[in-house]
Design a binder for this molecule. Sequence first.
Ligand SMILES: *Cc1c(COP(=O)(O)O)cnc(C)c1O
Length: 227
Amino acid sequence: MKDRLENIRERIKIAAVGCGRNPETIRFVAVSKTVSVERVRRAIEAGVTILGENYIQEAQEKIRILSSYPVSWHFIGHLQTNKAKYVVRLFDLIHSVDSLRLAQEINKQAGKLNKVQKILIQVNIGEENSKSGVYLKDAERLIREISHLQNLSVRGLMAVPPYYSDPEKVRTYFAAIRELRDQIKKENITNISMDELSMGMTGDFEVAIEEGSTLIRIGTAIFGKRN
Ligand SMILES: *Cc1c(COP(=O)(O)O)cnc(C)c1O
């Protein structure tokens, strides 16, 4: 585990330095879906500080059992409106907000807990039916609508581009997300910050870093292949 984490940190550093970025501006989320509590514990003890989970039930148990560790939990999966209340209780950052209805429900549940919930807006950059996310062309409108919700704090954008075995093919998608981020940032919308770009996974995180990612989401390279 330590070796794998060390290897990832080294790769992040090489990619960052290679494109003139400070490696400390890039954090990684260890994606622990389907991984047992004990393996997640080992990862935390080896130095992981952010965990990413996709399924609420699975995450609930892990977070409860591992609650004594000072780590941050991020929700990165598809979120149904009726599950918003659980997510707000458990997670520091929700990467996958893609509709006003969902945002309104998260806002309402956060309000009940006196919490300002940090979120990212998920963009379906390849306009794929199989994926969640708002289309690029609709993202700014959604963000303007969400900016009025007092118990939400938008921190940036998240994307899962179409799959290619060659990560170079994904570069234009990452670049499009970065351009959208820059454009929205220029608008200076009240209550909206655009500092985080959640993009890049095991197969393509170096390219994502070159295109501006600040949060990469790594599962396989840390925990091995999932079943
Ligand atoms: C599973 C998952 C990941 C991690 O993918 P790997 O290829 O195993 O690194 C990243 N992001 C999301 C949204 C995921 O569901």
